[in-house]
Design a protein around this ligand. Structure first.
Ligand SMILES: Nc1ncnc2c1ncn2[C@@H]1O[C@H](COP(=O)(O)OP(=O)(O)O)[C@@H](O)[C@H]1O
Ligand SMILES: [Mg+2]
Length: 193
């Protein structure tokens, strides 16, 4: 089997049996030299963060190859629905635990939405670290959680999801209370802008 399974804003994802290749495509609105540099650095950055997250106990695809000339990452294909399709309170609590581990390790995902989480074999797998970075600040962690909470409101409209996330998050992350307080501040800032 060999087919394209997704085409996002930045990348094309093709599946080859149990592998996928994520290839960042040319963006014509960028100056060519800059475009090449951005694609290469995001590719390297994403591969590094996927491996690092896995090392700190957060399920991510196994990386098989990183080709910076082709701007392509070959990784494990993760079977299963996106959390967007199957989210419930129990899974939300598990997401909280995993994000707590990620933040404990100093990793910011950068695009925490329920489309970037796949439910696979009794575990939740994190993908799409292209906008991720290393940062231990409360502000960066707060923004990371805020982005996720926004997808709860806009695509799931289920009350209780934030509470369930927070229970899991507090279980694995010592600074959770401080970050959750910052999330409320960030929400308030948004309201008065
Ligand atoms: N390793 C993978 N296993 C299974 N599906 C994947 C994998 N990587 C990406 N996908 C699918 O492709 C989509 C887009 O990939 P993603 O890495 O999120 O790129 P983008 O930056 O374009 O959002 C995902 O939402 C998911 O459905
Ligand atoms: Mg994505």
């Amino acid at each position: 089997m060999n087919r394209q399974i997704a085409a996002g804003a930045e990348a094309v994802i093709e599946r080859y049996d149990d592998r996928v290749i994520k290839r960042r495509v040319v963006k014509n609105y960028r100056i060519p030299e800059l475009d090449t540099r951005i694609r290469a650095s995001r590719t390297r950055n994403e591969a590094k963060l996927i491996s690092e997250a896995r090392r700190c106990g957060v399920p991510t695809p196994i990386i098989y190859d990183v080709d910076t000339a082709e701007h392509a990452i070959t990784m494990e294909f993760i079977e299963g629905p996106r959390l967007k399709e199957v989210l419930n309170l129990h899974l939300c609590e598990e997401i909280g635990e995993l994000v707590g581990r990620l933040h404990s390790c100093g990793i910011i995902h950068g695009d925490l939405t329920t489309s970037n989480l796949i439910k696979n074999d009794g575990r939740i797998c994190f993908i799409d670290f292209g906008l991720g970075y290393f940062d231990k600040s409360v502000e960066a962690q707060g923004v990371d959680v805020h982005v996720l909470f926004q997808t709860f409101v806009s695509t799931h409209s289920d009350s209780g999801l934030e509470g369930a996330f927070s229970r899991g998050y507090k279980r694995t992350f010592a600074d959770a209370d401080q970050v959750l307080a910052r999330v409320r501040e960030i929400e308030a800032r948004g309201r008065y802008l």
